[in-house]
Design a protein around this ligand. Structure first.
Ligand SMILES: [Zn+2]
Ligand SMILES: [Zn+2]
Length: 670
C-alpha cells in the first residue's frame, strides 16, 4: 500500500499510511495538546482521516482558532445539558462569542438555581468524556432527525440548497446541526462557566418566538478563566447602576419614563462641577454660551434632514393643535394620522434630537462677516433619542441626555486651528480626570466618493487638519477610511477604563452639509458671500454617559473636587456639637460641601455609615479637638491625621479642590 506525504509546520515530511487521522499524526509528531487540526490551512476535527498529500498543523486551545472551537463546543455541551434537564426545550442557534458562547432555546425562562443545575450537568458530561463525532446526512434524513424542532427544520429548509446535505455532530444522546470542527471529546472542555440569561427573538425578529439566551464564558486555561471572573466581579462592584443607587447619584423612575435620568442632588453636584470646569475653558477659548428650547418645528428638522429620516430613533412628533382639530373634523382615523406621520406630512414639533439646527438659526439671525468668525456657540443642550427599551441601561444608554455641545462656524482656513482647540479641551478633561488610557480614531473618506457632500479639495484639507490635530496629541491614533460621516471627517476619543473596557466619549466633527442645507453665509474680506464650515464637538459627549463612566472609573470614589459631600463631620458626643457646627460653617464659608452627623449613635457605627457614602474626608471631633481648635481627619485610603489645626486643614483642603487634583490626599499616607 502506498504512503501519503504529510508536511509538518517545521517543513519536515512524514510518510503516513492513508486513513491515519490528523490527531494521530499530530500526537506522534508534536505531542498531545491539540484540540483540532489545520489541514492545508482548513480547520478540521482531529478525527479527520488523511487520504492525500497535505500540510498539517495543530490548533491549540489557547490560540484564537482554538478558543473559537472550545467556545463553540461549549455551546453544544450547554445544549446537551439543557435538553437533558428540560426535555421540552428546543435548541435554536448557539455561536461562540468574545469571551465565551451563548445558545438560544425556545423554553420557559430560567432562574439562577436552574442555571447552576445546567452548569453542574455540563461538568458531569465533561467527566463522561463523550466523543463528538461528525456525520454527514442528506436533507430528508436531516429533516427526520430534527422533526421535533421547528427551528432547526426552518434552518434546514432555508439554508440547504435543494438536494444538499449537511454535517451534524453527535455527543452521547445529543445531536446538533453543525459544520464543525469541534473538540474530540467533552473532556477537552474544562474552563467554562455559565454567566447569565436574557431573552432574544428567533431570527432577532420581535414578531417571532421569544427565546431564552444562556451566556457562558470559556477559556483555554484556568488562569484566563479566573482572571476574567475577577474582572467581572470587579466590574460588578463598580457598576454605575449599583453605585449610583448606593451613593444616591441618580434615579431612573418608571413613572417618569424609561431611559430618562433624574439627577439627584448628589449626582447633580458632580455634573455641575464638570460643567463649571469645562465652562472655564470655554470662556478662555472664546466661546459664547447660548440657551435654546427643547423642541423645534418639524420644518427645522426637514431642513436639517433629521425628519422624516431617522424617525425610528426619535420620539414621535408633537402634532400641532390646529392640525389635530382639522384632521378630527375631517374624520381622520388614527391610522391615517400614523400614515401622515410616517410620510412626514404633518405640522408640529419635534423633541430635539440634536442641538445643531437651533444654533444654526442663531448664526443666521443676523448678517455675518468674516470678522465674526470663528463664531463658537456652546450649550449644555438636552436631546432626545428613541432607544429600544432592551438597549436602555443606567446612565450610559438613555432616551434623553445632555450634550456639552458646541458648534463652531468657521472659514476653511480656520478649521485646523479650531479642531486643535477642540482637541485641547478633550485633552484637558482626560488629563484632569486621570483618564490617560485612551485612543483616537480619525474617520476619513473611503473611495466611494459619491456619498460625501462638499468638494474633494475642501475634504482633503479638513482631513489633513484632523490628522494633524490627532498627531499633535502624542497618543495612539488610527486612520479609519470609510468612517467619516457623509458630511465631514471626524475625530473620536475612545477611553479604556481600569477594567480594560472601551467607551467612546468625546467627539469632534467637521461638517460641510448643514451650512449647505441652511444656506449659511458670511461676507468675506473680498466683499463676496462665502459659506462657512461647521464643527460639532462635545468633549464629554453626553453628561449622563460621561458621569456613568466616571462612576465606574473611580468606583464611586470621586476626586475631592467632584465629591458630592467632600467632608462628613462626626461628633463623639453631644458636648462637641457646637464645635462641629463651627467647623462645618468655616468649611462652608470656604466653599466646601459638608455634612454633620451629631446623632447619638456610637462613633464606630457613625464612621462605618459615613464611609459608605465615600466623602473625601471624615472628620471626627471630640474633647481634644474642641479644646485645641483642631480636627482628626481620615481619608478614603484609611490614612489618618490627628490634631490637625483647623485653619491648616481648611487651607490645604481648599487648595486641593482648587487644583482639581485627582489623586492627592491632604492626609500624609502612613
Ligand atoms: Zn456546532
Ligand atoms: Zn451638532
Amino acid at each position: 500500500m502506498s504512503t501519503v506525504p504529510v508536511t509538518l509546520p517545521d517543513g519536515s515530511v512524514h510518510d503516513i499510511a492513508p486513513g491515519v487521522s490528523a490527531g494521530e499524526v499530530l500526537r506522534d509528531s508534536l505531542g498531545k495538546g491539540a484540540i483540532a487540526a489545520l489541514i492545508d490551512g482548513v480547520e478540521v476535527d482531529l478525527a479527520t482521516q488523511i487520504s492525500s498529500a497535505c500540510t498539517i498543523d495543530q490548533i491549540l486551545p489557547d490560540s484564537e482558532e482554538g478558543l473559537h472551537i472550545l467556545r463553540h463546543s461549549c455551546a453544544h455541551l450547554l445544549a446537551q445539558a439543557v435538553t437533558q434537564l428540560h426535555p421540552g426545550a428546543k435548541p435554536t442557534i448557539g455561536p461562540p462569542i468574545e469571551h465565551g458562547f451563548y445558545y438560544d432555546f425556545h423554553m420557559e425562562p430560567l432562574g439562577e438555581e436552574e442555571l447552576r443545575a445546567i452548569e453542574k450537568r455540563m461538568k458531569e458530561l465533561v467527566k463522561q468524556n463523550l466523543p463528538l463525532t461528525r456525520e454527514e446526512h442528506d436533507a430528508p434524513s436531516l429533516t427526520a432527525m430534527f422533526s421535533d424542532n421547528p427551528f432547526k427544520t426552518e434552518i434546514i429548509d432555508e439554508k440547504l440548497e435543494a438536494g444538499a446535505g449537511s454535517s451534524v455532530y453527535r455527543q452521547g444522546d445529543f445531536v446538533d446541526l453543525c459544520r464543525g470542527p469541534h473538540v474530540p471529546s467533552t473532556a477537552a472542555l474544562r474552563w467554562f462557566k455559565l454567566t447569565s440569561t436574557s431573552t432574544a427573538f428567533w431570527r432577532a425578529d420581535s414578531n417571532r418566538e421569544q427565546l431564552v439566551r444562556i451566556y457562558g464564558m470559556c477559556y483555554g486555561n484556568k488562569q484566563d478563566l479566573q482572571a476574567r471572573q475577577t474582572l467581572l466581579r470587579e466590574a460588578g462592584q463598580r457598576d454605575h447602576r449599583k453605585l449610583g443607587k448606593d451613593l444616591q447619584l441618580f434615579h431612573v423612575d418608571e413613572m417618569v419614563g424609561q431611559g430618562l435620568v433624574l439627577w439627584t442632588p448628589r449626582g447633580s453636584v458632580v455634573r455641575q462641577e464638570l460643567q463649571d470646569f469645562i465652562s472655564e475653558h470655554l470662556r478662555r477659548q472664546g466661546y459664547h454660551q447660548v440657551f435654546t428650547p427643547h423642541i423645534g418645528k418639524l420644518d427645522l428638522y426637514r431642513t436639517s434632514g433629521h425628519f422624516p429620516y431617522y424617525q425610528e430613533s426619535q420620539y414621535p412628533p408633537l402634532v400641532a393643535r390646529d392640525l389635530m382639530a382639522k384632521l378630527a373634523d375631517e374624520g381622520c382615523s388614527c391610522s391615517d394620522l400614523s400614515n401622515l406621520m410616517q410620510a412626514g406630512e404633518i405640522d408640529g414639533y419635534l423633541l430635539k434630537p440634536m442641538n445643531c439646527p437651533h444654533h444654526i438659526r442663531i448664526f443666521s439671525s443676523q448678517p455675518r462677516s468674516y470678522r465674526d468668525l470663528p463664531l463658537r456657540l456652546a450649550e449644555f443642550g438636552t436631546v432626545y433619542r428613541w432607544e429600544q427599551s432592551g438597549e436602555i441601561s443606567g446612565m450610559t444608554r438613555v432616551r434623553g441626555f445632555t450634550q456639552d455641545d458646541a458648534h463652531l462656524f468657521v472659514t476653511e482656513e480656520q478649521i485646523a486651528d479650531e479642531v486643535l482647540g477642540c482637541i485641547e479641551l478633550v485633552e484637558i478633561i482626560f488629563g484632569t480626570l486621570g483618564m490617560d488610557d485612551y485612543r483616537v480614531r480619525v474617520g476619513l473618506r473611503d473611495d466611494e466618493s459619491g456619498k460625501y457632500v462638499g468638494d474633494a479639495k475642501a475634504w482633503e484639507k479638513a482631513e489633513a487638519a484632523c490628522l494633524q490635530a490627532a498627531e499633535s496629541l502624542g497618543v495612539e491614533f488610527t486612520e479609519e477610511p470609510g468612517e467619516a460621516a457623509f458630511y465631514g471627517p471626524k475625530i473620536d476619543f475612545v477611553v479604556r477604563d481600569v477594567l480594560g473596557r472601551e467607551w467612546q466619549l468625546g467627539t469632534v466633527q467637521v461638517d460641510y452639509n448643514l451650512p449647505e442645507r441652511f444656506e449659511l453665509e458670511y461676507t468675506g474680506s473680498d466683499g463676496e458671500k462665502h459659506r462657512p464650515v461647521m464643527i460639532h464637538r462635545a468633549p464629554f459627549g453626553s453628561m449622563e454617559r460621561f458621569v456613568g463612566v466616571l462612576i465606574e472609573h473611580f468606583a464611586g470614589k470621586f476626586p475631592t473636587w467632584l465629591t458630592p459631600t467632600q467632608v462628613h463631620i462626626i461628633t463623639i458626643s453631644e458636648k462637641h456639637i457646637d464645635y462641629a457646627n463651627e467647623v462645618a460653617n468655616a468649611l462652608r464659608e470656604a466653599g466646601v460641601r459638608v455634612e454633620v452627623d451629631d446623632s447619638d449613635s456610637t462613633i464606630g457605627k457613625k464612621i462605618r455609615t459615613h464611609r459608605k457614602m465615600q466623602p473625601a474626608y471624615l472628620v471626627v471631633v471630640g474633647d481634644d479637638e474642641t479644646e485645641n481648635r483642631t480636627v482628626s481627619v481620615r481619608d478614603r485610603t484609611g490614612s489618618q491625621a490627628n490634631g490637625m489645626d483647623l485653619d491648616i486643614f481648611i487651607a490645604n483642603l481648599t487648595a486641593e479642590i482648587a487644583l482639581r487634583d485627582s489623586n492627592q490626599s491632604i492626609v500624609p499616607s502612613e
